[in-house]
Structures are given as C-alpha cells and as structure tokens.
Design a protein around this ligand. Structure first.
Ligand SMILES: [Zn+2]
Length: 580
C-alpha cells in the first residue's frame, strides 16, 4: 500500500500552487467587505434574515480562509528555510489579524445586545445557539464603552507589550553547555539524554540563565499577575483570578476545583512511579533525572509495520477509528519522513469540515515515533468525526482536544501488550512520563499560580515567589531530591506568564481520556459496544456545547470526584504493571 511508505504530504488539496494564494486572498477581502457592509444594520432590532446572512458569511470566511492559511503554515513547516513560504505565512498572519480587527464589531456589538433581543435571535437560529450564547454571556463582565476603549488602548501599550518583552527576552536566551552556546530546545533534549551528567548539566545551564535574569522576569510576572487581578477581578467582577480562565473554557469553577483536588490527592501516585522507575532502571532519585530514559533494548520498526500496528490498534476499538486513520494515510495528508529543515516535533492541523486533516511527524522507528503516530492519527480521527459540525464548532475546545489522541496511545499500548510484552513495558515508561508531564506537572503549575496571584496582591517579592515555588515542589515530589536551582523553574513556563491558569486544561484533557478509557475497559460485550458508540458520539460533537454538557450527554458526570479518580486508577494500574 503506497500510503504506508515514508513520504512527504500532498498539499495540492489545499491550493494547487503557491501563486493561487493571491486570488484566494482577494476573495477573502471581498467577503470581509461584504460582512462589514452589514454593520449599520447590526443593531438589537436586526431582522433574523440579516443576522442569519451575517453569520453565514462569517462561517464562509472561516471556511475559505482555513485552506489558504493552512497551506501557508504547512508549506513553511515542511521546509523552514523556504523564504517564499515564510513570506506567504507572514502575509497571511498579518491579513488574519487585520481581518479579525475589522470584524471585531460583530462580537463587540453582539455582546451588548439586551437579553431579550439576543434570545430572540438565538431562538431563531438554534444551530448557532451555543456559539452565540457563549459570546453573549460576556456581557455580564463588560464595562461601559468608554472604559472598554481605554482598556483596549492601555492593553496595547501595557500588558500586551509586557508579554512581548517576556517572549523576546526569553526566546533570545542561549545556554552554555559543554563549551557551546545552545538554544532552550536543544537543552531540553539533553534533559532526556541517557548520560546522567548531561541531564544534570542541561538543568544547571538552564537555571543559571533564568536565575541571572530572575529579578527582571519576576517583575514582569508580578506586573502581569497584578494587571490580571486589577482588570478581571476588581473591575470586571470575576469571582476569582482562575474564574476568568474557567469562564473562557466554559467549565464551572467547582468542577475545576474538583479536578485540581483529585490531582493533588494523587500526587503520591506519581511519587511512587518515579521511585519505582528509579529503582528498576537504576536512575538517581533526583529531579535532574526525572525524565531519564530507561535503558531500552535497541529497537526499530519499519514505517509500514508501524502503520499496520497503529491501524490494528484502532481497529480493536472501532472500524470507524480505523477508517478515519486510513483516510488520512490514503490521501497522503501525512508528512512522515525525516528531512532537513523540516519543523521539529509533531502536530495535526486542519480545523475545517472541508479539509481532511494534515499530520506532520518525523518517523525514526523508535517507540516514541510509533506512539506519536498513534497520537497524531487520533487527533486526525477526532477532526474527521467532528467535521459534520459547522465550522464554528468543528475544533474541539482544548479540554476535549486530547481525548482521541490519548485514547490512541492507550489502545496502542494495549495492542503491543498482546504482541510483545517486553516492548509494552518500555512503552509504559514512555506513557507514564508523559502522563506525569501533562497531568501532575500541569496541575502543580496551576496550584502555584493560585498562590502566586494571591501573594502578588500582598506585594510579595520575586524571592518570596521562588521560595513558595520551591516549597510546593518539595510537597509535589515527596522524597525525591530537589536541587535548589529548580526554584526558578516557573520563570521559563511561558503559559504561566502569557495565559494564566491555562495549564489545567492539559490535566483535564488527559484525565478525561483516561477516565473514558477506564469506562471502556470496565465493560465487555454489548455494554462495551455502547461505550464505543458513546465515545464516537462525543468526538463527533466538536464544541457545540460546554465540555460538561457534552460528557453529560453520553452519561458521565465530570463534576464528580469519582469520574476523575477513575482516570488516575488507570495510571495506578500502569504503575503496578511496571513494578511486576
Ligand atoms: Zn496532542
């Protein structure tokens, strides 16, 4: 099967040739102009017909812009030295911001519609109800037009600039490592090196730089946290600093609290895991060596075999999953070969009902590569399933976005266990390291942020914040030795600065997948088939309701501690399997 050869992707489905982009851009600008022409009529008494036309145009714009935007991003990702691709990507980014600004009037005006007018329009257009209602709910946190205008101007020169300064400063850092100056990305590679000296050296090099700039970075953090609290809590009257993020995710505060509590209660589970890993693979029990790779058997799998393995794993869950993965492979929407100048890492992109998603990864044949293939195909399957939704709903909200991909990893592990138990043990370490990184670690960041925001309001110094971080880290890791330099860790976590409290979405998404997987494994026969149908149904909804509602619709309750605990119980079983 040609589609299971290592290869480059086919971008022609998005755009026949780069030269066609200009024509597409002209069409997009025409659409923007058309939407703008409705602005004078867009008042609370707007007719349903006009309103509907406006939304359909916005939908059409989202649909048509996705093709050319995605083309420019993927063309650049396949060869990051390609100057033409870079130019097109930049052009489309500027165009995107420009279009967004021109159409801002829609959401800004809509949010101010009186309740009864908004409801009249929502009722007439039930297919857009969730989108419109969610947007309109911001009304309760809005200030007067004049105040909003001042905040907009002051954000531009204030907090937005502070974020840019943070990003410019930290992305320009280089680190002294073994007599060379290297980037942060290269450094993190060494944090997972088989050589313990290199792992330790990598962290020392990292924190030497962050400590050196700690006074400045700490001031930046304090300014951002203070701004966040002054604007959102004091002026807009959100109930707490984390409530701002919860509202954006459309998850109740109490549900997030429950999730974070369950994560805290299960800290010990990850502590146990790292202790077992350290003993079993003779790794020093020290934070420097948290991500030490265990000595693995030299193992390589040819790409066609990996494709078969992953497809079979998906088949074991449902033929619907397998068909989705095959579609992506058959249409050559996967760039799998290792190539110079290609973007590093892996991703799945294409959030539009009109596009078969695209996947980028660099397949090297090791376990990590196979796992990545399963993970990204999971995202692809999710995109395909939700493509029956309209474009405004097609991309899953982040808390749900990892469901299918994590599911894919778990199915792969299950499948490998049957075929090759020794290999399954090694995959287990990879998975558990990953779950710690995306669940325990992220929940730890948010726990720190909650403390830090409170402390900043009480005029804490950067040194106080570092002390607090260090204290929490010790509780987080129990008996593990934590070198003092880790007190500066929070200074390099971009999300803590740029999107406060966002990190719990990773814990949420990963645990949700694990909890659903627990339900799947718990049942057999007909009951299991029902769970499979439910999960496929969930993935087909995109984001047409709140995460809580979507999960409730298939019969599970994310407001309950027991739902989340079931996810940790899957991890517990994995830790026990490692011990055997
Ligand atoms: Zn993912």
């Amino acid at each position: 099967m040609a589609s299971s050869k290592l290869s480059k992707w086919n971008l022609k489905d998005l755009l026949k040739k780069p030269g066609d982009a200009d024509h597409e851009i002209t069409k997009l600008l025409d659409l923007v102009k058309k939407i703008e022409s409705y602005q004078p009529q867009f008042t609370p008494s707007v007719s349903v017909e006009t309103f509907k036309t406006m939304i359909q145009l916005i939908e059409q714009l989202a649909l048509e812009s996705e093709c050319v935007k995605l083309y420019s991003q993927l063309w650049f990702a396949e060869d990051m030295q390609n100057q033409q691709a870079l130019a097109l990507k930049s052009k489309l980014e500027t165009l995107g911001t420009d279009m967004e600004n021109r159409l801002l009037f829609f959401s800004q005006t809509w949010k101010r519609f009186p309740e009864k007018d908004a409801e009249r329009l929502i009722k007439a257009l039930p297919q857009y109800a969730y989108y419109l209602r969610k947007l309109h709910q911001y009304k309760k946190y809005m200030l007067s037009n004049e105040e909003e205008r001042i905040i907009n101007i002051k954000d531009l020169t204030g907090s937005n600039t502070v974020v840019t300064v943070y990003e410019m400063l930290t992305s320009g850092f280089t680190f002294d490592f073994n007599g060379k100056k290297i980037t942060q990305e290269e450094l993190f590679h060494y944090a997972r090196d088989p050589d313990p000296k290199k792992r330790e050296g990598a962290y020392k090099a990292l924190y030497a730089v962050f400590q050196e700039h700690s006074a400045l970075l700490g001031e930046i953090y304090k300014a951002l946290a203070l701004d966040w609290n002054k604007e959102f809590v004091e002026l807009r009257k959100y109930s707490s600093s984390i409530a701002v993020r919860n509202f954006g995710h459309d998850i109740q505060d109490s549900t997030v609290e429950t999730l974070l509590n369950v994560c805290k209660k299960n800290q010990k589970l990850f502590q146990n895991y790292f202790e077992i890993k350290s003993k079993k693979y003779k790794i020093p029990f020290n934070r420097y060596h948290l991500y030490a790779p265990p000595k693995m058997s030299p193992f390589k799998m040819a790409y066609p075999d990996a494709v078969k393995l992953v497809l079979d794993a998906y088949q074991s869950f449902s033929p619907v999953f397998r068909t989705g993965a095959e579609k992506i492979l058959h249409e050559h929407h996967i760039d799998s070969e290792v190539r110079k100048n290609k973007s590093t890492g892996a991703f799945c992109a294409g959030e539009s009902p009109a596009i078969t998603p695209y996947i980028l990864l660099s397949y090297t044949g090791d376990l990590h590569s196979i796992n990545t293939l399963a993970h990204e195909l999971g995202h692809g399957i999710h995109h395909l399933l939700s493509s029956k939704q309209n474009v405004l709903y097609v991309s899953a909200v982040l808390p749900l976005a990892e469901t299918a991909s994590i599911f894919g990893e778990l199915l792969l592990m299950d499948h490998v266990k049957k075929l090759n138990p020794k290999l399954a043990q090694e995959l287990l370490v990879l998975e558990l390291d990953g779950f710690y990184g995306s669940i325990g670690r992220q929940a730890g960041f948010v726990a720190f942020e909650k403390e830090a925001h409170r402390m900043v309001l009480e005029h804490a110094s950067t040194e106080d914040l570092a002390k607090q971080y260090s204290k929490m880290l010790k509780q987080h890791f129990g008996n593990m030795e934590i070198p003092d330099c880790f007190r500066w860790e929070w200074l390099y976590i971009n999300h803590i600065f740029t999107v406060p409290f966002y990190c719990y979405a990773y814990s949420f998404g990963n645990l949700l997948a694990l909890s659903l997987y627990a339900q799947y494994k718990k049942h057999t026969g007909k009951e299991r088939d029902q769970i499979v149908d439910k999960i496929i149904h969930l993935l087909s909804q995109g984001s047409n309701a709140s995460p809580e509602q979507l999960v409730a619709d298939i019969g599970f309750d994310i407001t309950q501690e027991s739902f989340w605990q079931a996810g940790f119980d899957v991890i517990k079983e994995m830790v026990e399997a490692l011990q055997d």
